[in-house]
Design a protein around this ligand. Structure first.
Ligand code: TRP
Length: 338
């Protein structure tokens, strides 16, 4: 189904990847990339800039995300893994696309509107604290997507609107310049179906501070698992596996037999939460043993990661140059001279 498609996604380097990201985003993106004709997976460092002013943090998170994708099996012979900021064409395309992007479209962006609503509620100027990076965020994202002719864009529900904006912008461009130059990307929504619960039972998320980093230190992992909130049912009371955070997490890491065993033990009132947590800890540890080794080896060699990211950028630039050339020709009647 995806064998003729170009799959693309970006991940903002604004936090250490957690198990929710792994199950809801990293693994599905790796899976989609392996089925696709071509794939682009980039660290969206330019998109972090409207909020993050700490270049060290951006770099550290970039390495963590790159190492996570590699450790969990992204095939870099097929997928270009790179830093967004390594592609000069994306800055250029973003500026060019500004001219076919309605300001009204940007006004409707959920992310921007949320800030305006918060400001208005507080009685502040509606645009207080809004920089142009935030306001034009969707235009840069459209440039990301359209530069590589992406057909399929796996994203979380919160990013669906941005992919729809990329479609709008592509449509206006193709209409105004009367050419089918830019692609019509389709969002593929990943997160909702797979969202996994965090320590407090709400969706695992950085903003709730209820997450377990994928490659947490063993001691930290144990602490996190032991912190998972449960009800106060005793070991011999029957429990509903489908509302248990422990069981829901367990399903992502254990074998079919192990999952069936925990399910029936819960239903029959034959397992307490303490034992279940130990099984979960064990399953996560086993599942991530090999990837952890790769992850740690890579993080200890940032020059190696830089090299992989530079190779990915070189791969990505082939398509980027081609698209920018076509767009510049259509808009300015000539090819860029660089
Ligand atoms: N905005 C996305 C997020 O916050 C990250 C992103 C940047 C992206 N560019 C992209 C996702 C292009 C998909 C395609 O999660």
């Amino acid at each position: 189904m995806y064998s003729e498609k170009t799959v693309l996604t970006g991940i903002k380097p604004t936090g250490t990847p957690h198990l929710g990201n792994m199950v809801g985003a990293v693994k599905p993106v790796i899976e989609l990339s392996s089925q696709a004709k071509r794939a682009y997976v980039f660290i969206a460092d330019l998109h972090a800039l409207n909020a993050v002013r700490d270049s060290k943090a951006i770099n550290r998170n970039t390495y963590e995300i790159a190492a996570t994708f590699l450790a969990l099996g992204l095939d870099t012979t097929k997928a270009a893994l790179f830093r967004q900021s390594d592609i000069p064409e994306v800055y250029a395309l973003s500026t060019l696309l500004m001219n076919v992007t309605g300001k009204g479209l940007m006004n409707r962006s959920h992310a921007y509107k949320a800030v305006v609503d918060r400001n208005t509620e507080k009685g502040d100027d509606p645009d207080a604290g809004v920089n142009m990076g935030l306001f034009t965020y969707p235009t840069l994202m459209a440039a990301d997507i359209l530069l590589y002719n992406a057909d399929v864009v796996p994203v979380g529900q919160d990013q669906k609107q941005h992919v729809e904006f990329a479609r709008d912008i592509s449509g206006s461009f193709n209409h105004i310049y009367n050419k089918q130059i830019l692609s019509m990307p389709e969002p593929v929504i990943q997160e909702t179906a797979n969202a996994i619960p965090g320590l407090d039972g709400r969706k695992m998320s950085k903003s709730y501070d209820n997450y377990i980093p994928i490659f947490a230190e063993p001691g930290q992992l144990k602490k996190s698992v032991m912190r998972i909130v449960t009800d106060s049912k005793l070991p011999n009371e029957p429990k509903d596996p489908d509302t248990s955070t422990i069981f829901q997490l367990y399903q992502n890491f254990a074998t079919a037999d192990q999952i069936a065993f925990m399910r029936s033990s819960f239903v029959k009132g034959k397992m307490g939460y303490g034992d279940a947590k130990n099984l979960l800890l064990e399953a996560i540890t086993v599942y991530l043993e090999k990837p952890r080794e790769t992850y740690e080896t890579l993080l200890a060699q940032p020059e190696k990661l830089d090299e992989i990211l530079a190779q990915g950028a070189a791969m990505a630039r082939i398509s980027a140059k081609r698209t920018l050339e076509k767009v510049t020709k259509a808009m300015l009647g000539r090819s860029p001279s660089y």
